[in-house]
Design a protein around this ligand. Structure first.
Ligand code: SF4
Length: 429
């Protein structure tokens, strides 16, 4: 029997959206494991609290029995962390029958402790440039209006105005705020069918949170937006490959030609591509055109897990590896966008494969990305992970020990191709 009043306890959302505490129920995670103080950090600034509809909050009672909070009191509550924090535990809940899947967000376990809110997370980068408080919506609205008035024909600006104002997308907003990492979407199509795609979902009961881009921009539209951003933005990064589009490599020719024209007009800033890295030949042409950095998306370094999640069309996991190896040979700064799902990527075999993959490909930076998905949508669609989960903290510690030359963070850095190696060393460890 445990009656440890100092243990983290269950937090839930009342029917009216207030935060409720159940101090006699120990907080647990999705797998039923009690959350200890060592798992928790004070709720980070910029965290959004998300009520989990039709899901009861659950915890352990004094007899260590799994116990649900009655729906008359309210529903389970989770946290959506700002970029800069990596989730270590998924939230616990009890689904009521006939419950619809949760929207595509990165749900994180939260708990109460000594009267304060805590999250099961670890700080893995500086969130400053990504906090909601860094985006003044009224100023953004004014700048969007002015820019669309000045360039009424540019459809990329119209697309990213929608993303900035309706989805609060930081990289789309930065195009109008003329700073940091800015977005350019170019591809309506994709050669993968990711289980957690946020811009296109085929299954009836799954709704993608963003509208997929519906046009291929012209060269001029791309170059105009890119040059303006690279020339005016502090710490400028211009990134092809955004959440609101398909796979940018399906427009490789456009990107290659655009980079050549952009670099004729400006040497400033970093040209980056976020991609599923499915085509090493097309990427080689883009590297040769002048790309500075690449971020390849993956959920695993094990083929069967990769294939189950990405459901690739016409390419293989070997193509992804080859794209990174060619990037290293070309001096392009490469990182992976590692989709983090506790209980998957932190399993023994997954960690072992990831270490080998990083050594083989020469990746310079691992960007940890909390995977935005309902756990009960993902788990039935991927093979059961091999080996027991060691925890996200152990994953990070293992990477730091086994591949110390690889940086760990949560977002891309400005890098200049010429001094990629010098610049890269400034990245976090
Ligand atoms: S690669 Fe991107 S656009 Fe394509 S299915 Fe996956 S998440 Fe969606």
């Amino acid at each position: 029997m445990s009656n440890d009043q100092s243990a983290p306890y269950v937090i839930y959302s009342t029917q009216t959206g207030e935060i409720g505490e159940h101090r006699h129920l120990r907080a647990i995670d999705f797998t039923g494991v009690p959350l200890s103080p060592a798992d928790l950090i004070p709720l980070p600034e910029g965290t959004t609290l998300s009520m989990l509809p039709q899901r009861l909050a659950v915890g352990l009672n004094v007899a260590d029995q799994r116990t649900a909070v009655s729906s008359t009191r309210g529903w389970a509550l989770a946290g959506l962390l700002p970029i800069g924090y990596t989730r270590t535990h998924l939230p616990s809940y009890e689904k009521t029958p006939e419950t619809a899947p949760l929207p595509f967000f990165g749900y994180t376990a939260i708990a109460g402790w000594h009267g304060r809110l805590y999250a099961a997370a670890i700080r893995t980068d500086s969130p400053t440039h990504w906090l909601p408080s860094a985006y003044d919506h009224h100023r953004l609205e004014r700048l969007v209006r002015e820019r669309l008035t000045a360039e009424p024909e540019n459809r990329i600006l119209q697309q990213h105005a929608h993303c900035a104002l309706d989805y609060h997308c930081p990289t789309a907003s930065n195009i109008f705020l003329r700073r940091w990492e800015g977005a350019i979407a170019v591809s309506p199509g994709c050669n993968a069918r990711c289980v957690g795609c946020i811009s296109k979902q085929d299954e009836d009961n799954l709704v993608s949170p963003q509208d997929r881009l519906r046009f291929v921009p012209t060269m001029q539209e791309v170059v105009d937006v890119a040059v303006t951003h690279l020339e005016h933005a502090p710490d400028a990064i211009l990134s092809f490959g955004q959440g609101c589009e398909g796979e940018p490599l399906l427009q490789a020719r456009l990107i290659e030609q655009a980079i050549l024209q952009i670099r004729e007009r400006t040497a400033s800033g970093t040209l980056n591509i976020n991609t599923n890295a499915s085509n090493p030949r097309s990427l080689k042409r883009i590297y040769d055109a002048g790309l500075d950095s690449l971020r390849a998306s993956t959920i695993s370094a094990r083929r069967e897990t990769y294939d189950a999640y990405y459901r690739p069309i016409g390419y293989t996991f070997d193509d992804v590896k080859q794209s990174l190896i060619v990037a290293r040979e070309a001096g392009v700064y490469s990182s992976i966008n590692l989709l983090c799902f506790p209980g998957l990527i932190d399993c023994e075999d997954e960690i072992e494969a990831l270490v080998a993959f990083l050594r083989e490909t020469g990746v310079r930076l691992v960007q940890l990305r909390n995977l935005n998905i309902d756990p009960e949508v993902l788990l039935p669609r991927i093979p059961k992970p091999h080996g027991k989960p060691l925890g996200i903290r152990m994953l990070i510690d293992t990477l730091r020990r086994e591949v110390p030359e690889v940086a760990i963070g949560n977002f891309s850095r400005p890098v200049q191709r010429a001094s990629a190696h010098a610049q890269a060393d400034a990245a976090p460890r």
